[in-house]
Write a protein that binds this ligand. Structure first.
Ligand code: 5AD
Ligand code: SF4
Length: 437
């Protein structure tokens, strides 16, 4: 038995969709009368919104749970949420007696009810993937930062052989268009200037004959919204209308996150990626034809089973061929239950370490080159937060670079800026005359 919680804290790990889910859980709990406390402060209820994509995710979650024990031996009510909760299910309660609630990513709208059950001494588990969308059961009102996430699509039917997502987030489901547009309006009303449309396969979004390009065009009509982004896209779903939208919709930012994973066709096949380096490069070419200044980012996995030095060198070559403005790279991590986990020729950890370092050095080079190519440009920066120095603010360029500048403007301001110099991970900017006055 625990007393009814009055305060809560949410810790989200992993991808942007978890950040979005964390925000929605926060709004839901606030609506039921609980008060959020700041990170690090003591709360009656702690929600750990976990990620399962790589490395000992479950172990990390259990040790995070263990650390919630207070000095006097008491502990908050603990809800294990997110993809580890989905993967572990009831097993989580056996492995940690401290866990009161296990709630998967498709069931968190039921959290208030589960908190009430836990208060009565139950330890509810809900990892259903219900036919009725959780979104219908969440508060319609939204809070918003200058840049806000909006989930439009969840799940994945692609079954890349290394990936747990099809198992933890389930089959590809698109939210209805009208719901998304209503939520985008609510976010704009709450002050969002930028919306980032989220989905594990966001460019596979479709509803009643409409595709993502149609959705973007419709959202672009919302007053007050100035920027639209979307992530993450699969190369196989990068349609011509979506590419064309980049050349036509002014509010759609010149940025595309398009994971390639490897530069070797042999490895791509073993990964079940359904694209080749050639089709991928062709898509990039079409994007650049539609929007010449587009910044391309990507994801890479090194050390997939069977990856040879030759395969890896092909990966280094595609980094240069694309000229990535940014990219995330990971060591392959065998995920229980995925086909790749039982493939032969697993790559030794020291070889993975070495390849990761070399890949990251190569990406750093193309990223710096991209940043330098934007120095001198006159553009707009959306201010997001305060910097470390007095009067310094940090915002984003259209190409998603962090831009540091001196200004009295607050987060949410869209400023005319000249990018004055380039660093490896950020740009420095200066206000143009109009705003400097
Ligand atoms: N091991 C390493 N990286 C992975 N990713 C997904 N699954 C794995 C795995 N088992 C990476 C991919 C994907 C990103 C979100 O995480 O690069 O694009
Ligand atoms: Fe995982 Fe592949 Fe689906 Fe991306 S496309 S979520 S990597 S299975």
């Amino acid at each position: 038995m625990q007393s009814t919680p009055r305060t809560f804290r949410i810790k989200s790990f992993g991808c942007q969709m978890n950040v979005y889910d964390g925000e929605r859980i926060s709004e839901l709990l606030t609506d039921t009368g609980l008060a959020a406390v700041a990170d690090g402060e003591d709360a009656d209820l702690v929600v750990l919104n976990t990620c399962h994509i790589r490395e000992k995710a479950a172990e990390k979650a259990y040790s995070d749970v263990g650390r919630l024990k207070r000095e006097d031996g008491s502990r908050p009510m603990i809800a294990l949420a997110g993809c580890v909760a989905q993967a572990e299910g009831a097993e989580a309660k056996r492995r940690s007696p401290m866990i009161d609630i296990v709630v998967g990513p498709q069931a968190y709208h039921r959290l208030p009810k589960m908190v009430a059950q836990a208060t009565r001494g139950d330890r509810p588990v809900d990892t259903d993937m219900p036919a009725i969308s959780k979104f219908d059961a969440l508060p319609a009102r939204r809070r918003a930062a200058p840049s806000a996430f909006l989930t439009v699509q969840e799940g994945c039917d692609k079954f890349c052989t290394y990936c747990v997502v099809p198992y933890t987030r389930g089959a590809e489901i698109s939210r209805p268009r009208a719901d998304i547009v209503a939520e985008a309006r609510a976010l704009a009303d709450a002050g969002a200037k930028e919306i980032v449309l989220l989905g594990q396969n966001v460019n596979a979004w479709e509803h009643e004959g409409h595709d993502l390009a149609d959705l973007i065009r419709e959202i672009a009509r919302i007053d007050g919204l100035e920027r639209i982004r979307y992530t993450t896209s699969h190369p196989a779903d990068m349609s011509d209308p979506l590419i064309a939208a980049h050349g036509e919709v002014e509010k759609l930012m010149p940025y595309l996150h398009l994971p390639v994973q490897s530069g070797s066709n042999r490895i791509l096949k073993a990964m079940n990626r359904s694209h080749t380096t050639e089709t991928y490069l062709r898509t990039i070419e079409k994007m650049r034809a539609a929007r010449p200044d587009v910044a391309i980012s990507g994801d890479f996995i090194v050390g997939f089973p069977g990856e040879t030095e030759e395969d890896f060198e092909a990966t280094l070559r595609i980094v240069d061929a694309v000229g990535y403005a940014a990219a995330y790279s990971f060591k392959y991590s065998a995920r229980p239950g995925t086909p790749a986990a039982i493939m032969e020729d697993q790559v030794a950890p020291d070889i993975m370490d070495d390849r990761l370092q070399r890949l990251q050095a190569r990406i750093a080079r193309t990223q710096l080159a991209f940043n330098r190519s934007t120095a001198g440009r006159e553009t707009q920066v959306l201010i997001e937060r305060r910097g470390r120095r007095p009067g310094q603010m940090i915002g984003r360029s259209p190409w998603l670079q962090s831009v540091h500048l001196q200004t009295g403007s607050e987060p949410g301001a869209m400023l005319d800026v000249t990018l004055t110099s380039a660093g490896p991970n950020s740009m420095t900017g200066a206000l143009r005359q109009k705003d400097a006055a």
